[in-house]
Design a protein around this ligand. Structure first.
Ligand code: ATP
Ligand code: MG
Length: 754
């Protein structure tokens, strides 16, 4: 008929429109970055609502972050108005999981007011269990076991389902027992952890077909964004909800029967699921991009994409090939880079955004990260003068410690910024802890700081002991540190906490004595070493621990720019005061991982150096697949940019006061010359900070660093400096440089980031 298409459909290309209008049956949209996958999902929901196919409450829509969920809700609102208000099942896997579990808590042995434990709670609990088993919790760290449990839960494995080998790997073969004890403990506490938010519903669905049927009837349409990053548990959960039995009788198969051996990697559905395998039409639509799978380290299974057609027979697979986001240069660079990966499904991408005026992808060299931050700051200010909004700019870093330099620089410039997806540098737990130590040393009366670290790392100072310190402090009207020193000398306290307090008091007294006659960075390191704080994180085997250690090093590094510990503390107080809210115009700073799905006019990607990006840890632990995941991360980074893209590498990073020469990332070599331009290094690099001027000048004269830097600056030629075979060349240089003892002026050897 000659009906005009509704407004929300106009402007879609034919494939997008097909994906929106194929509302019935399974649909997989497999497409590269910026092709409108998220837009298809949003429009599809609008379409379903506008055509009266379902009520808002009958649509289950899963996004990767809460922020994405809010944005999607907003976009649907624009398309269909108030109808979006009632979309209770739009959210992340976790937020939807909580909702389901609250409704059926009793089926998981919980009350509906159950609490969700955070990581700290979980670790404390596990530690108690380990000790109760009579095991040494130093040999068998609670954090490590918490990680193992998390890994099992990502695969949907309960205590009975984990592999024998895994169960044996921990606590003298008591892994399974401990896992079981942990679940029992959660149960008694009426609590669950993050993994349970998926695993409990999965179990409930399996064991209570009537409940599952209720949701089969309820959810008429299921939609999933960023499908490439779903883990096994999320996948099971989805499949349970999406696969409907052909007949009503089919669903009533009891849950017991042949048990798939999940430990052996058999993720075939349990009998209750299996009954739904010859699935009737299921209106599920997943969108994803295998090239953007970046959470493998957290258990994501990109293979879920490959299984889709198998699990949902008759699925329509729709490919979108037109990129609407980026200029031809940006897209060309990204496509060329990702083509270096072997494990790909392969996709074509094109754009009609090709303008002769478009800027090429700019590659910049900087001497070190300070200069990198300064130059990025200048570029941002220049854009601002040309009426660009700060909101449209983003700095995407590989490792969170990199943020510090930018945050400091922006505070100095008075440039608004916000950190997305995590705390700002100085707000991080390990930084706050370290700062608390420094504060007590510099300002002995800082009771808040004292309380924060008096028992970090654990020294056997329990609540009772700390209360005693409090009481004494109040009674004598002296700061807690002084009260602690007094208590340590009296016999009012039990011997063990007393000895601990004595050590704390003696430590602080010693550090305070060093305050005026020791270089402050050295003192800071001494404090973190002698207090056992650094050690605490070194012994920690959680995934975050290495990042925290990196942050601590970065903290010490940042102190070098200040005259004294007090001067530094003042600076941090000012940084912490900087405003951060959603409303204001501000530069966005975040990790590459949290940038997924987002887009900005201008994107800065700093730190493209070997060891940092690709990250050494990913290479060490993941080998070839680790490298490919890093490359996908680079692809995600490049494809966030709409118009302008700036990549940076530095010739040196200074860690612990040591210059460390760095090599440009191999990913730079992998960019196509046609779309890339090496920026001329301008005069902007002249204005050095005062603190480290001499050092920097000394460093500059180094033949290795200086020559390559000058080379890039003068020639401006991509191929001469570091395009293939620049990588090998750089490596040669590096060997030479090491021979010259470069980077070890203080007699230490060069150490690697990561
Ligand atoms: P990613 O893989 O990064 O998540 P995506 O495939 O989800 O990307 P979207 O974010 O949906 O892509 O779309 C990218 C940009 O292109 C958005 O600004 C979107 O509004 C725009 N866009 C998508 N489709 C069209 C279209 N048919 N016409 C005009 N603009 C479009
Ligand atoms: Mg998207």
């Amino acid at each position: 008929s000659a009906h005009r298409a509704p407004d929300y459909l106009t402007g879609l290309n034919p494939e997008q429109r097909l994906a929106v209008e194929t509302t019935e049956g399974p649909v997989l949209v497999l497409a590269g970055a910026g092709t409108g996958k998220t837009r298809v999902l949003t429009t599809r929901i609008a379409h379903i609502l506008a055509t009266g196919r379902a009520w808002p409450s009958q649509i289950l829509a899963v996004t990767f972050t809460n922020k994405a969920a809010r944005e999607m809700k907003q976009r649907i609102g624009v398309l269909v108005g108030e109808a979006v208000e009632g979309m209770p099942w739009l959210g992340t896997f976790h937020s939807i999981g909580v909702k389901l579990l609250r409704r059926h808590a009793e089926l998981a042995g919980l009350r509906s007011d159950f609490t969700i434990l955070d990581t700290d709670d979980v670790i404390r609990l596990i530690k108690q269990l380990i000790q109760a088993e009579g095991l040494d919790d130093k040999r068998w760290p609670a954090r490590q076991f918490a990680q193992m449990i998390d890994g099992w839960k990502n695969k949907g494995l309960g205590p009975e389902e984990i592999a024998e080998g895994d169960a044996r790997a921990f606590a003298n073969g008591k892994g399974r027992e401990l896992y079981r004890a942990y679940q029992d403990r959660l149960h008694t506490l009426n609590a669950c952890d993050f993994g349970d938010l998926l695993c409990h519903p999965i179990r409930i669905f399996r064991q209570h077909p009537d409940v599952l049927r209720e949701y089969h009837a309820k959810f008429k349409y299921i939609l999933v964004d960023e499908y490439q990053d779903t883990n096994t548990a999320q996948y099971m959960w989805l499949r349970l909800l999406a696969q409907r039995p052909e007949t009503k009788r089919g669903a009533a198969v009891p849950a017991e029967g042949r048990k798939p051996d999940r430990a052996a990697g058999d993720f075939s559905p349990a009998p209750a699921e299996a009954s739904g395998r010859s699935a009737a039409s299921v209106n599920i639509c997943c969108v994803g991009d295998d090239d953007q799978s970046i959470y493998g380290w957290r258990g994501a299974e990109v293979d879920n994409i490959l299984r889709f057609e198998k699990d949902f027979p008759g699925a329509a697979v729709i490919r979108l090939e037109r990129n609407y986001r980026s200029t031809a240069h940006i897209l060309g660079a990204a496509s060329h880079l990702i083509a270096h990966n072997e494990g790909r499904l392969g996709k074509t991408l094109f754009t009609e955004k090709a303008d002769a005026d478009d800027a090429k992808v700019m590659v910049h060299a900087a001497w070190d990260s300070e200069e990198e931050a300064r130059a990025v700051g200048e570029e941002i200010e220049a854009l601002q003068r040309r009426q660009h909004n700060l909101n449209d700019m983003a700095i995407l870093v590989r490792a969170s410690f990199q943020m510090r330099e930018f945050e400091d620089r922006f505070v100095t410039l008075g440039l608004n910024y916000r950190v997305i997806g995590g705390p700002r540098f100085y707000e991080r737990q390990e930084i706050r802890d370290a700062m608390a130590y420094f504060r007590v040393v510099a300002q002995g009366a800082d009771d808040l700081a004292f309380e924060r670290i008096v028992n970090v790392p654990k020294r056997g100072l329990g609540e009772a002991a700390i209360r005693q310190v409090h009481d004494t402090s109040r009674a004598l009207r002296v700061p807690m540190l002084e009260a602690a020193a007094k208590l340590a000398e009296s016999d009012e306290m039990k011997p063990k906490p007393r000895a601990a307090l004595r050590e704390v008091a003696a430590n602080f007294a010693r550090w305070q004595g060093l305050l005026d006659n020791t270089p402050h960075t050295e003192l800071a390191e001494t404090i973190l070493e002698e207090s056992g704080y650094t050690e605490m994180w070194k012994n920690d085997r959680s995934a975050e621990a290495p990042g925290r250690l990196e942050n601590l090093k970065e903290l010490i590094r940042s102190m070098e720019e200040y005259e004294s510990l007090r001067g530094f503390l003042e600076h941090v107080a000012l940084v912490m005061d900087a405003e951060q809210n959603e409303e204001m115009d501000a530069v966005n700073i975040m990790t590459l991982h949290s940038a997924k799905g987002l887009e900005f006019d201008t994107v800065f990607l700093p730190g493209w150096e070997e060891g940092l990006f690709p990250h050494q840890r990913a290479l060490d632990e993941g080998g070839r697949s680790g490298l490919e995941e890093e490359r996908r991360l680079a692809y995600v980074g490049l494809t966030r940019a709409k118009k302008n893209l700036h990549l940076w590498f530095t010739s040196n990073r200074r860690i612990h006061g040591l210059w460390q020469s760095t090599i440009p990332s191999r990913f730079l070599d992998e960019l196509p010359e046609a779309h890339v331009e090496v920026a001329e290094t301008g005069s902007s690099y002249g204005g050095y900070g005062t603190g480290s001027f001499g050092e920097r000048q000394a460093g500059r004269q180094n033949p290795y660093g200086a020559s390559r830097f000058d080379n890039v600056g003068q020639s401006g030629s991509f191929s001469n400096t570091y395009a293939t075979p620049g990588w090998q060349r750089a490596q040669q240089n590096r060997t030479e440089a090491t021979d010259r003892n470069w980077g070890s002026r203080s007699g230490h050897s060069v150490e690697r980031i990561g």
